[in-house]
Design a protein around this ligand. Structure first.
Ligand code: PEP
Ligand code: MN
Length: 359
């Protein structure tokens, strides 16, 4: 789909987009204090605060509702900070437009649901309020793309992306695993969309916030959205991941913005190194092709003798040996396992085709 996208926010040169504020608006005092302290940092482009909170279970704090919009209005009047909040239904959109909210965002639980996205898109139709779209909870790029398209088709041209990580079953240090490659793919498909990292929801804790924000800047993101609360431990939602405005100020100080690309001299050196990489990639593909030819021969051999395609003990041996060899070359176990599994699956697919045909 051909798109003509405008920027959601024009960031101050030399600094990325900075969106900060509490997970939830709790009281007028909490919102005002947070906004005033953040405004003093002089680096915040947009004040965030959840007014309607999508909670997993009923009975948790579900947001203060529309009353909170008046507090955001006050934030803008008294601090000059522009404001943003999450919308999930048509009525949210109407209320935000009436209250003069500057930017709205679609939450991860909305992006997964095309009915909700369409409802929000229809409510936005005819306005030009900027919209940011969080990735869906599950790692499905189609849903994220679909949400962008639905909002764009409603006539909104100022669209941005928020990468907040993906839910994951299993042990992980993150609350939501980043899966950087999915966000990178989204950037590749929509290079004109600004993308910020929501390090708070990726981390779910305070100690990794800076690391994740820096990783995003290394990947050329346009900025960040971070949850900031005047008294994080007392927050009514997401207490574990929120930080004070002062700590947030320190986090910003420590970040290094990267240049989006190289100058001519730097480019020359990069081109040379990339040429060497391309050569190695080409060799690797050739060798993997040769490896598959051997797998084919094994497939024929097994087919003739009716031997099963998979011998677990052999696979276990390959996995262990190659992981160790990878380690000797500075390759992580995670990478080696992913790489070997992909190659092994391709071998199995080749042999399956041969064995099934011979049957
Ligand atoms: C939030 O930003 O507070 C929020 C609810 O985030 P998400 O939609 O990413 O879960
Ligand atoms: Mn939150």
């Amino acid at each position: 789909m051909e798109m003509k996208i405008d920027k959601v926010i024009e960031p101050t040169p030399g600094r990325g987009i900075v969106i900060a504020g509490p997970c939830s608006a709790e009281t007028e005092g909490q919102v005002m204090q947070c906004a005033k302290d953040l405004a003093k940092l002089n680096q915040v482009d947009l004040f965030r605060s959840g007014i309607w909170k999508p909670r997993t279970r009923p009975g948790s704090f579900e947001g203060v509702g529309k009353e909170g919009l008046q507090w955001l209005k006050r934030v803008k009047e008294e601090t000059g900070l522009k404001t943003t909040t999450e919308v999930a239904k048509a009525s949210h959109v109407y209320d935000c437009l009436k209250a003069g909210i500057d930017v709205v965002w679609l939450g991860a639980r909305t992006t997964v649901n095309p009915f909700s996205v369409q409802e929000v898109a229809d409510a936005l139709n005819g306005t030009d309020i900027p919209v940011m779209i969080k990735n869906p909870i599950n790692p499905d790029l189609g849903l994220w793309i679909g949400a962008v398209e639905r909002i764009y088709k409603a006539g909104i041209t100022k669209i941005g992306l928020i990468h907040r990580g993906f839910s994951y079953h299993g042990e992980t240090v993150y609350r939501n695993v980043p899966r950087w490659q999915m966000a990178i793919e989204m950037k590749r498909r929509f290079p004109e969309l600004q993308m910020v990292v929501d390090n708070s929801h990726i981390c779910g804790n305070r100690h990794m916030l800076a690391e994740v924000a820096q990783e995003a800047l290394n990947l050329n993101y346009d900025g960040l959205m971070t949850e900031v609360h005047p008294r994080p431990d007392e927050a009514w939602s997401d207490a574990a991941q929120q930080i004070t405005p002062a700590v947030f100020g320190e986090l910003l100080e420590g970040l290094r913005l990267r240049k989006p690309s190289a100058n001519e001299v730097e480019m020359e050196r990069l081109t040379e190194l990339r040429r060497q990489i391309d050569e190695i990639d080409s060799d690797l593909i050739g060798m993997i092709g040769r490896r598959m030819k051997l797998a084919d021969q094994i497939g024929h051999f097994k087919a003739e003798r009716n031997i099963a395609v998979l011998q677990e003990s052999r696979w276990d041996e390959v996995l262990k040996e190659a992981s160790q060899r990878g380690k000797d070359h500075g390759l992580s176990e995670e990478f080696m396992h992913g790489y070997l599994r992909a190659i092994h699956q391709e071998s199995i697919d080749h042999q399956d085709a041969i064995v099934n045909k011979a049957q």
